[in-house]
Ligand binder design. Structure first.
Ligand SMILES: [Zn+2]
Length: 92
């Protein structure tokens, strides 16, 4: 975990030695080369189109507790909005 594997492969963050900067994989060309100098900095397999092969326990949708949190927040804010409207109506 501590030492980075050799071979110059940076997972997720392509590094261009010529430009001395990191690149977002989305900002690279389709063949994985640097958009500024053309140096090859990443494998084409790392392109965004190959990301969907990444294994995930839940590929679609948010976890249930997130949905519960959103539902509770919407309910609470709706209730507070209702209270606010009633308060304004009483002040008129
Ligand atoms: Zn470059």
């Amino acid at each position: 975990m501590a030492a980075e594997a050799g071979g110059g492969r940076h997972w997720g963050v392509p590094w261009c030695d010529t430009c001395d900067r990191f690149y977002n994989p989305n900002s690279l060309r389709a063949d994985g080369s640097c958009p500024a100098c053309g140096r090859r900095v990443a494998d084409p397999a790392m392109a965004p189109t190959a990301v969907d092969e990444e294994p995930g326990p839940e590929p679609t949708g948010a976890p249930w507790h997130f949905k519960l949190l959103v539902a509770a927040t919407v309910l609470y804010l709706g209730y507070r909005l209702f209270q606010g409207v009633l308060w304004v109506a009483q002040q008129l």
